[in-house]
Ligand binder design. Sequence first.
Ligand SMILES: Cc1cc2nc3c(=O)[nH]c(=O)nc-3n(C[C@H](O)[C@H](O)[C@H](O)COP(=O)(O)OP(=O)(O)OC[C@H]3O[C@@H](n4cnc5c(N)ncnc54)[C@H](O)[C@@H]3O)c2cc1C
Length: 553
Amino acid sequence: MNKPVLLVVDDDEQVLAAVRRDLRSRYREKYTIVSAASGEEALATVKELKARGDSMAMIISDQRMPGIQGTELLTQTREIYPIARRIMLTAYSDIDAAVKAINKAHLDYYLSKPWYPPEECLYPVVDDQLDAWQAEFLPEAKGLRLVGHQWSPQSHEIKDFLAANLIPYHWLDVEREIETRALLEAAAVTPKELPALFFEDGSVLRNPEPRQVAERLGRSLSAALNLYDLVIVGAGPSGLGAAVYGASEGLKTLMLDRHAPGGQAGSSSRIENYLGFPTGVSGSELTRRAVTQAQRLGAEFLVPVEVCGVSVDAGYKHLRCSDGREIVTRTILAATGMAYREHTAPGVSEHTGAGVYYGAAVTEAPAFKDRSVYVVGGGNSAGQGAMYLARYAKDVHIVVRRDSLKDTMSQYLVEQIEKTPNIHLRALTEIEGVEGEGHVERVVLKAGTPGTTVVENADALFVFIGTKPLSEWLPAGVVRDGKGFVLTGRDLVASEVYAKTWKEKREPWSLETSVPGIFAAGDIRAGAMNRVASAVGEGAMVVRFVHEYLALT
Ligand SMILES: Cc1cc2nc3c(=O)[nH]c(=O)nc-3n(C[C@H](O)[C@H](O)[C@H](O)COP(=O)(O)OP(=O)(O)OC[C@H]3O[C@@H](n4cnc5c(N)ncnc54)[C@H](O)[C@@H]3O)c2cc1C
C-alpha cells in the first residue's frame, strides 16, 4: 500500500518550496509529500489520489490564492477525504479570515507564516494533527470487522462501545454488504450468532458482550492494587481532570467507567468552547488526549467496569462492581455525570437500538446516509447531533416543543443550523409515537396548538431530551436533592439534613459530600455548570481536598 499523503498548497513558489522541504525532512519516511501551486491543481490532485485509492492524512493550504481560495479548497476536499486534517497557512494579517473560516471549512488548525524554527512552530502542530488522524484512520483491508444487522440493538451496543473507546473498526451491514456472506460462511457463523467481531488474526467473537471485547483486546479489567488513595468513578471530563492531577501529584489513582472514557463530552461531534482549541475539538479527540495524559502520568484505568454500590468501614471505602469484584480506597470521586432521560412515547422503548438512539449521533450517522432522521431536543447536544447527522442524512428534522431554539441552544449553533439547508426545525411539535416493523419506519408527530397529528416516514429518531443524574450507586448517607443531584460543600451545609448527617468537627470541603472522603464533581453535583471546562476544573480541584483528607486520616 502507498504511504499516506501530506498535501501542501500555495501559489507562492518560495513558500511552497520551503514548506515542502521542511515536511520532507521530517515526515518522508512515513508519508508522501505532494505539492500544488493553486487550488484548482490541488483539487485535481486530490481527486486523482482518491481514484488511485491513496489515503490523505493532511492538507495544508494557503488562504489567499487566485482562483479557488484556501477556505473553499478545504471545504471541497472534506467531502472527498472527510478525516484528513486541514490546516490553513495564514499571513499574520489574515488571521481574522482564518478564524472566520473555522466553521465553514472545519479547519483543524491555522498556522501563521513564517513557521521558523520548524522544530518549535511547525513540527509540534503537524505531529499532533497526524496523531489525531492516525487515531481515526483505518486502512480498508485492516483492523476489526463487525458484521451484524443495522437494526439490531446488540450490534448498536458493540458499535457504540468500540466507537466510544476509540477503537477503529469496519462496520459491515449483513443485508447491504454482500461480501459478508462469504466471511460468515468461512468462519461458520450462523445468523443467531450475529453480531460477530472478526479480528485480524482470523479469530471471531460471536454475539459478544462489551466486556468480552475489552478482554479480547487485551484491556485489563482487574485493579492492580489492594488499596488506592483515590478511586474515580466515571471517566468523563471531571473524572479525567481528577485522574491527571491525582496521578501527577503522586496519589495512587484508579479510574473506572462502565462504558468508555469521555462521558457525555465524548459523544460530542465538536466542542467549540473549550479553552485552548480555537478551531473546536471533537469529544473523541479531547478524550484521546486526556486518557493518554492521565495514563502517562500513572493513573490506572479500567473499562468497562460498573460500580453499583459503596460501603464505608473505618474510613475505608469498599466499591462493589457489577461483576462482583470489590475495590478498596481511602477516597472516592463520584464523577458519574448524567444520562439522557428515556422518551416515553409509545413505540420508543421497543425500537431502542433499532432506529431509536440516545445521543449516539456520531456512532450511527454514517448508517443513515441519504435517509430521513429526526432529532428530539432543543439543547446544545441536540444541535451538535443534528449538525453531525446533516453531513450524512438527506433530511434532519429537529423536533422541539418550544417555538424556537433561541432560549435553549447557543447562538453559534442556532446560526449553523439556520445555514444548513437539510436541517428542518419543527417547532411547537412533539413526538407522539414511533412505528415500524422491527425498526423505525415512521414517527407520529403532534404539531402546533391545539395540535394536529401527522405521521411521517422516518428512518431513525435520535433522542437528546432531559437528563438525570447517575447517583444511585452512592451510599444512602450521601445527601442528594429531590432530583438525585449530589449536595456538596456549602449547599450541603445549607441543607436541612446537614446537622443530622455531618458529624466531623471541620466543615465539609467545597466538593465533599455528606460522607467524609467521598467527593463529587461535574454534572452529578447539584448546581453544576454542565460544561466541559467546569467539570474538568472541579475534577482538578478535588485532588487538593483529597490531599487534605488523607493528611487528616
Ligand atoms: C452531545 C453533547 C455535547 C456537548 N457539548 C458541549 C460543549 O460543546 N461544550 C460544553 O462545555 N459542554 C458540552 N456538553 C456538556 C458536557 O459534555 C458535560 O457537562 C460534561 O461531559 C460533564 O462531565 P462529567 O465528567 O461530570 O460527566 P459525564 O460526561 O456525564 O461522564 C460520566 C461518566 O461516568 C460513567 N458512569 C456513569 N455511571 C457509572 C457507574 N455506575 N460506574 C462507572 N462509570 C459510570 C459514564 O459512562 C460516563 O462516562 C455536551 C454534552 C453532550 C451530551
